[in-house]
Design a protein around this ligand. Structure first.
Ligand SMILES: Cc1cc2nc3c(=O)[nH]c(=O)nc-3n(C[C@H](O)[C@H](O)[C@H](O)COP(=O)(O)OP(=O)(O)OC[C@H]3O[C@@H](n4cnc5c(N)ncnc54)[C@H](O)[C@@H]3O)c2cc1C
Length: 351
């Protein structure tokens, strides 16, 4: 049996939680520190959409990521005693004849058979939303209930003595020995999302803050059994309540819900429905995005016991479980990390 090691993880967003859970499953000791300042995982709609509609292509590595994520969240739900993985059909409301033609081109290709339902008469004459060009259904999509996931995970970690609610003090870490406040760790893994800018060892990694806003609305006039998508998404979460969004604003760290954000979402919503709604919540958060749209992971170039796992961008819920497993294999067995994901691809950006 492998010798038990003790790892310190900074950040209990989806990144840190996925790594922590997998290390615990392998019987290692884990301490996760989080300062409850979450600006992304808690705000997210948690959607897992296997299709990129703009180009009608599959999401990056979705065939690997999706089955892994499904199993991961279902099992996590069992541990915390609450269903957090919800399968849902996404109905794309075509915005042009060309988009519909792209769909028809792809719907019978074996590579898309798990995700695109061939268009039917019902899809082409869908009545519950605006769709002058018809609509198509995406199969095997899902959403994770973000808050129950995070809160349930934290309570579970607390019951294992694996969770500390506090700010990580960078000055208290000895990067050479891995000692932090009197305990020597076998590795320290930084998963701080956009707060990486405060990290003296990894602040050179070019993670751009991408602000996103999202509304929670109530209306009697939208379907509750499907998520609708055109210009924005509409995600039913029960009791005539829906999450709609989201916006993208680059290079800002402010997390205030804005009038402009609300206006943008409301006007995008009009491409889906003209029915009235009332707003019950308006939230904003910041995605940790990298320009080349790939996450970043690996060891510090000098301190081999310091690691980073970040840059999950707009798709953290889909990417994190599988990539955390790749990261853990690297951490424990030295398995190589994909070139396109390695932290050292940005070393030349280091001041
Ligand atoms: C509006 C919006 C909608 C989104 N919708 C979706 C979606 O539908 N599907 C999807 O997959 N993704 C979505 N995302 C993106 C998703 O939220 C991110 O990809 C993901 O949450 C990033 O997770 P993370 O763990 O890397 O970072 P974070 O969630 O930011 O977590 C970092 C954690 O580190 C902690 N921390 C930071 N510094 C310290 C410190 N010094 N000491 C202690 N703790 C610290 C913070 O408190 C936080 O809890 C959305 C994001 C937004 C903003």
């Amino acid at each position: 049996m492998e010798k038990q090691q003790h790892f310190l993880i900074v950040g209990a967003g989806v990144a840190g939680l996925c790594i922590g859970k997998q290390l615990l499953d392998l019987n290692h000791r884990v301490t996760i520190i989080d300062n409850n300042q979450n600006v992304s995982t808690n705000v997210a709609a948690g959607m897992i959409n296997p299709i990129v509609f703009r180009r009608m292509t599959k999401s990056w590595r979705v065939d690997e990521f999706l089955p892994f994520a499904k199993k991961f969240y279902q099992q996590f739900g069992e541990i915390i005693g609450e269903k957090i993985y919800h399968e849902i059909t996404i109905r794309r409301l075509f915005s042009s004849q060309q988009e519909r033609d792209f769909w028809i081109e792809k719907e019978n290709l074996p590579a898309f058979s798990d995700y695109l339902a061939p268009l039917s008469e019902v899809d082409l004459n869908y009545k519950k939303a605006i769709n002058e060009f018809g609509s198509g259904r995406v199969k095997n999509a899902a959403y994770i209930s973000a808050i129950p996931f995070v809160e349930g995970a934290k309570n579970w970690l607390k019951s294992l003595n694996s969770y500390l609610e506090q700010s990580f003090d960078y000055n208290a870490l000895n990067p050479t020995t891995g000692s932090y406040k009197g305990i020597v760790y076998d590795g320290v893994i930084f998963c701080e999302g956009v707060a990486i800018k405060n990290n003296p060892w990894f602040n050179w990694i070019p993670i751009n803050p991408t602000k996103g806003e999202i509304l929670t609305i109530q209306t009697d006039n939208l379907p509750e059994d499907e998520s609708l998508n055109r210009k924005c998404f509409v995600l039913p979460i029960g009791n005539n309540t829906f999450r709609i969004g989201s916006t993208y604003a680059w290079n800002t760290y402010n997390t205030f819900p804005s009038e402009e954000g609300k206006e943008e979402i409301s006007s995008n919503y009009k491409f889906i429905s003209r029915e009235p709604f009332s707003i019950v919540a308006h939230n904003a958060g910041i995605r940790p995005t990298i320009l080349d749209r790939r996450p970043v992971m690996g060891a510090h170039e000098k301190h081999s016991n310091l690691f980073v796992f970040n840059g999950l961008g707009a798709k953290g819920y889909l990417l994190a479980p599988f990539l955390a497993a790749e990261f853990v294999a690297h951490l424990l067995k030295g398995s190589p990390i994909d070139k396109e994901l390695r932290a050292d691809r940005f070393l030349d950006k280091k001041p």
